[in-house]
Every structure is written in C-alpha cells, then in structure tokens.
Design a protein around this ligand. Sequence first.
Ligand SMILES: Nc1ncnc2c1ncn2[C@@H]1O[C@H](COP(=O)(O)OP(=O)(O)OP(=O)(O)O)[C@@H](O)[C@H]1O
Ligand code: SF4
Ligand SMILES: [Mg+2]
Length: 323
Amino acid sequence: MSNILEVKNLTTHYFTAEGPAEAAGDVSFSVRKGEMLGLIGESGCGKSTVASSILRLIEYPGNIVSGEVVLDGKDLVSAKEKELEKIRWKDISVIPQSAMNSLNPVYTIGDQIIESILLHEDVTKKVALERTKSLLELVGIDKDRWKSYPHEFSGGMKQRVAIAMALSCNPKLIISDESTTGLDVLTQAQVMALMKDLQKRLDLSIIMISHDLPLVTSVCDRIAIMYAGKIVEWASTDDIVNDSRHPYSQGLLNATPDLLNPDKEVSSIPGTVPNLVNLPSGCRFKERCQYAMNRCSEESPALLEVKKDHHVACFLEEGDYRE
Ligand SMILES: Nc1ncnc2c1ncn2[C@@H]1O[C@H](COP(=O)(O)OP(=O)(O)OP(=O)(O)O)[C@@H](O)[C@H]1O
Ligand code: SF4
Ligand SMILES: [Mg+2]
C-alpha cells in the first residue's frame, strides 16, 4: 500500500526564554492510503506539535528546524504559503483538540459547515447546503438538524458535527487531535467507531492523536508512540498490543483500565515527562525506565526496524540485555 504522508526527520523547536524546547526531535513515520495511524503519548510529548508541523501551522516561538513532510509526493515544509492555503482543509483537515467547543454558538451548525465549504470551494450555497445535509447523515445526525444551534446538541453530537466539518471538502487525510477527550467513555467509543466506519467507507487516511493507548487499539491499523519529542516505537496495532518492545509503550498499555478486562492490573508509569528545554543526555525515558543501564545515559537510541514494519528506539533491542 502506498503512503499518503511521509514525515521525515522532522525537528521542531519552541524558542523559549529558557532555551529551545525540542518538542519534535528527528520524528519519522508515514501514513498509508486508507490507514488509521495512532500517534500516542502523554501530555507534553509533542503530538500536537507534530500535527501543527505537518500543516505548517507552528506559531511563534515555534519553528520547524529541519525535516520534510511529504504529502502525496509534495514537501510541505518547503512549500509556498499560497500552496499551503490550498492544501489545508481541502487535502488535510483537522479535528482540533477542543473541537466540541470550537463551534460558534451564534450560528446554526449547518451555516458553519456551509461557510467552511464556501470558503474552500467554488460552489453555490445550494450545493453547499445539500452537501452539508449529506455530511450530517454520514455522521449519524438527522439532516434536518442543520438548522440547530450548537447548544441544542450533546457533546457527542457536537463532536460528530466537527467530524462532518473536517470531511466537508473531501480531504485525503484527517488529523484528529484528542478529539474525543472530554466525552464520557461510552460516547468516546461511539465516536471512535464512527471514525473507523468513515475511514473504511470513504477510504480515508486518519492520524488519530490520543494519550489513551488502549482506547485507540480497537480502531488504529498502526500506532506510533511518542515520548518527550521522539517516536520511541512504531508498529502494527497487533504488535503494539501483543509484542510491544519499548518500556514506555508497555507502561502506557498497563496504565489504563481495560473495560473488557476488569481484572487487568493497572499501574501508572512513575515520574513525569522531562522538561523539553533541559533534556537529559542519552535516552529521554531513562529516568522512568526500570531497565536503564549506563549506555542509556551516554547515547540516544535510534529508531530501528527490529522486525518487518516494527520500529523501536531502545538499546534493549540491540543486544541481549533483557532477562
Ligand atoms: N507555544 C509554545 N511555547 C513554548 N513551548 C511550547 C509551546 N507549545 C508547546 N510547547 C512545548 O512543547 C511541548 C509539547 O507540546 P504539545 O502541545 O505538542 O504536546 P502534546 O503531546 O500535544 O500534549 P497534550 O497531550 O497536552 O496536548 C510542551 O510540553 C511544551 O514544552
Ligand atoms: S534505551 Fe535504556 S532507558 Fe531508554 S527505554 Fe531502552 S532501556 Fe530504557
Ligand atoms: Mg496536544
């Protein structure tokens, strides 16, 4: 299967008063056509930074320092702003971190979807309205509800409207940034199931950003795990669930209760994500890692393919260190 997006050695810094914070450090991964890729990590690991870098929407004091973001063969890091304006929304759209709350309370949800279509496409208002009705039906909302205001919808329905909006110009790729956070567990699962259904029906490519690894394992085809600005493991969901190699991925899997397996022992990862301005030397995970050894303080592990399509950045994979 060919790739719709290739992120190659992407490095993004925020130039803070204390010094540069490397929120994305030499990040590489790809998204296949029709694939849902999970981008997972705790708060502050750089997930939204990667999303904004892909769209070149990094704002001051941030800057893309190096790397490429290749969409369908075209590098967006070196593209002109005019070209990017055409690509954003039409080719890549985003369901932002606070999508539910980003709807304007004074306009009907239909008017807001229509406006986004008219802003990006040369069609009549009538065509935009018909498309809006189809989009609402596609996300499981009665088409006549286009006349409703955001306050007349539940959180889950507003989330569906945000998905309809993201789909409004038939994008090739959707980036969903923690878009179900804030919803109750059942509604989260329903929205995830809807995203999966749309991905299959429309042959969409989706980057699903979340801090909740178990939540995305039911919908993602592959998963990239991010820690303190680095991709530490990237593999098929099956491998992440059944053969995860990085201690951080293993910690994330054990850190959340599993509704289908209530007997599962839950244990949080000790410690916190390091300050990205003052990163420790060597492996960024070493202060929280039960396997850390001398080498982990001296060198930074590279992301290596340890078996087909399974990449890991940990010295444990390079030698016979594990018991
Ligand atoms: N505008 C900014 N100015 C300075 N530093 C920033 C800025 N935005 C992000 N950062 C730094 O980049 C790090 C990564 O931020 P980012 O928002 O990408 O993380 P995230 O993984 O999306 O977290 P969350 O799960 O909380 O959304 C932050 O911890 C912070 O150190
Ligand atoms: S490289 Fe070392 S510190 Fe980092 S995850 Fe592997 S064992 Fe732990
Ligand atoms: Mg974020």
